[in-house]
Write a protein that binds this ligand. Sequence first.
Ligand code: FMN
Length: 200
Amino acid sequence: MSEKTAAFEEPFGRLQEWLAEAEESEPNDPTAVALATATKDGFPSLRMVLMKGCDERGVVFYTNLESRKGVELAENPNVAMLFHWKSLRRQIRIEGAVEPVTTEEADAYFASRPRASRIGAWASKQSREMAGRFEFEAAIAQYTAKFGVGEVPRPENWSGFRLKPKYFEFWRDRKFRLHERITYTLNETGSIWGLAELYP
Ligand SMILES: Cc1cc2nc3c(=O)[nH]c(=O)nc-3n(C[C@H](O)[C@H](O)[C@H](O)COP(=O)(O)O)c2cc1C
């Protein structure tokens, strides 16, 4: 293992470092991450979300709880995430189970969003079929009138999840496809990260 790799005995320092480097080099949405969920029968689905927080407690994202991913997370908390930064030629895989964020966390993040996004969260029945764009626009107009110039509270069906990682893989491009793959696996008691290097 390179000296730089060995410098991180746990994965979060490395994740923070790569995210900071992505902030500098990635032209759009450096925190965009693919999120794979699955039904209770194990049928998978995948979409992008924005990572909205990341520390030793886990990786946070927000969504509509009645969306397809929300329904799948309610019946099966196991997920996989994938960051890919083309500008850096790097990817990070993360696996584990999600837990809901606290009400306070969800409220605080929702309050930080632009007003139009907050109204959009009320108007969008995310992932359900709509008769046409007009239906959505009518709902936006209705909630805009309803909230007037007052506060736009967080809808009950809109909140966040924290992925509690059990496994990380940090992948770096190397010449001639001889890439670097460093994994971190949490032990049974959830106290120690085991490091390994995989063949590319
Ligand atoms: C770059 C990017 C970021 C996105 N961020 C979010 C997000 O943070 N939360 C969210 O619910 N949807 C986000 N979306 C939309 C989702 O990819 C998806 O269309 C939506 O959540 C519905 O997914 P579902 O039907 O699987 O639940 C994002 C899409 C893109 C392309």
